[in-house]
Write a protein that binds this ligand. Sequence first.
Ligand SMILES: *Cc1c(COP(=O)(O)O)cnc(C)c1O
Length: 397
Amino acid sequence: MGQTTQAVIDRYDRYVMGTYVRSPLAFAKGKGSRVWDVEGREYLDLFPGWGVSGLGHNHPFVMRAIRSQAGRLIHLSNTYYHPLQWRAAKALVDVSFDGKVFFCNSGAEAVEGAIKLVRRWGNGRHEMIVMEQSFHGRTMGALSATGQPKHQEGFEPLLPGFVRVPYGDLEAIRAAVTSKTCAVLLEPIQGEGGLRIGSGPFLQGVRRLCDEQKLLLIADEVQTGMGRTGTMFAYQQSGIEPDVMLLAKTLGGGFPIGAIVAKRAVADVLTPGTHATTYGGSPLGCACILAVFEAIEREELLGRVNTLSPYIMKRLAEMQQRHAFIREVRGRGFMIGIELSLDGRPLVEACRAKRVLINCTQGRVLRLLPAMTITKAQLERGLSVLEEVFDQCRVTS
Ligand SMILES: *Cc1c(COP(=O)(O)O)cnc(C)c1O
């Protein structure tokens, strides 16, 4: 590739804003769950694209869709109609609930749109109840909705109108409702917040409360959506339906695209001229969404996730048996957290040294978001590396 990792890092230091905590790795190529660095070393990626590459890197269907659509029409302004946009919208509605879709370009942008949507729907009521430890993105509205002060420091004043309650605490939500409340925003499983799973009774209780109080329930499925948890959307596992659902990450199979799906009556409050985004729902982006759906269906990826997930959980449970510092292993489908009683970051580095990429969130929760296309052999290799790293950890701790 002509450049060493260090040379790439040096150029970043000079030319790219230092907004990210980065690992000292520079990648040039990816395929499925494998990535190759600029010096040709191969890594196994158990956290592809921070959840974006849910089909793995460069899924053939997505590549084919991009190549063929790029030859026809890459972008079209929303002044006009394009047949792929309704198809992508219908594909989403067909697997969720009867509603309509607004396309945007990222998770944060979906959250921003939802804030506008529910405020308009609220017609004077504007408060949203949000969860502690939540993560909804970095733009000002999404940041204000986020329940982690560490992300907000230095950026005040935030957008007003967000009332924060502990995740999982239905009574706290009930107590937070005022005559100004219009919606409850939550992740069915908190990703960045430490892989915290909203229980069925909690989510059902929130649904009932929203119905009683005439509030909209907004599910942020940016990380959990599109099959990651073993069902197309995580909310489906608790037998409820949100009024609004937010998507991004895996939705475009690597191509940046986000979406708001809202029940029909709610969606209709955004009348012409009330909301827009120039790139939203481009033919290229919509072709990617359709390719992702095609892959999930044709490769039976939900079935794969549901078959392989118990195997991962079993292996991790065995590791937990042997190591007291593994406090809890939890997850749904291919969204897995390993909570430790010690700092997880050195373990991420130890895995990296063995050429396996994982993540750590909230300091102590190792997070795996493997691609739904990962092979059993790849999973096995990743888990053995994790096991070795845990075993070494016992020796040194
Ligand atoms: C990643 C994420 C977002 C923000 O998405 P961006 O595309 O980075 O703006 C919002 N909500 C959840 C739950 C996420 O995981």
